[in-house]
Design a protein around this ligand. Sequence first.
Ligand SMILES: *Cc1c(COP(=O)(O)O)cnc(C)c1O
Length: 432
Amino acid sequence: MILHEHFDINQEGHLTIGGLDTVELAREFGTPAYVMDENAIRGVCRTYRDAATRAFGADALPLYASKAFSCREVYRIAAEEGLGVDCVSGGELYTAISAGFPASRIYFHGNNKTDRDIADAMDAGVGTFVVDNRDELHALSEEACRRGITQRILLRITPGIDPHTHRAIMTGSVDSKFGSAIETGQAMAIVREALSTAGVELVGLHCHIGSQIFDLEPFSDAANIMIRFFADIQKECGVSLSELNLGGGLGVRYTEYDREIDYADAIAKIGKIVVGFCEENGIPVPKIILEPGRSLVAASGLTLYTVGSVKEIPGFKNYVSVDGGMPDNPRYALYGSQYTALIANRANEPRDYRATLAGRCCESGDLLGENMEIQRAERGDILAVLVTGAYNFSMASNYNRLPRPPVIFVKDGTARVVVRRETYEDLIERDI
Ligand SMILES: *Cc1c(COP(=O)(O)O)cnc(C)c1O
């Protein structure tokens, strides 16, 4: 096992995923390629479902925050595993609906939904909108009234929590583009307004404090603040809201330096805390929604590349260049995200070489990581970057007109393409 159960090394010394040899996968499907272990995804889905039911009761619902990795197959899997999904754009919604995902279990997010998004989501019969702000509340109300429907909504609230994560993935503080803050009084104002707005039914509140969080304390603090706010609403408005969405954000182990995290245990602990806070505040335990993205898919995946040039600059760095880079994984360039990499065809050799992994784009920032521990590399080697299942494919671009890699799912000893490789023809398809 390397980092996660489904990564291992076989007798030839090759890296495997879900029991399949990654060197053979690279030969069969080409590189770069994303490869994901379907059973790993399904396993975490079940962990979340079972743990949420145990902690919060049968009506608890984990949603898959599908911005982490969005394609038709993953929505089919989420549907089969009994999850809801969170969509943040018309495109994610379109993909989910086209995969047959039940619209009633879709929560439609986003801090700036367009009129078209709102109309499309209502056309599709989306179950719940998570309303970010007053402008959106009014636009939604108008469209619902025009259609003669009542739309179920949650309001997005910022509880004012600093979860000690990277600034770019921290979302729950007062100064945020997301939601309305309790501290400023704006949250209570929008609750009052929503309660008297035609065409919408306010059923509850949502918060999401950030991402890649390992400590439970920020979640506990957020839950405490939200539940007290539920009680305040009951006191001031005489309304008992029935649904609390606690967002996503549980961390994932990317390197040996990251802690392992037991999601079932984390959910059980959060459950106890939430039930306790509800008792303290004298309110019934609401229907609890969890919204994991990264933790459902990140660990399932790896990316396979072919090594090209290897450049050793005396007194400086060793550069190992691969046939992908920031277009298929922009996370190091964006956040300095750390990954584990290895030479897949010599995975059993010690990782005693230090290298900066470079992509093939015309940007010196096009790196997958610096000073990474890998095996000594040479042209033609297959290099694997582990734990790339979240925010890689979904953030991919065509910079330098690089076609995006395919997504290969492995399951029970077989591999299949779930998103085919982009072709040069695809690249010019929209050009006049
Ligand atoms: C991104 C996001 C999530 C998922 O976050 P992860 O860290 O991937 O679990 C959940 N809810 C909302 C509103 C988000 O924006």
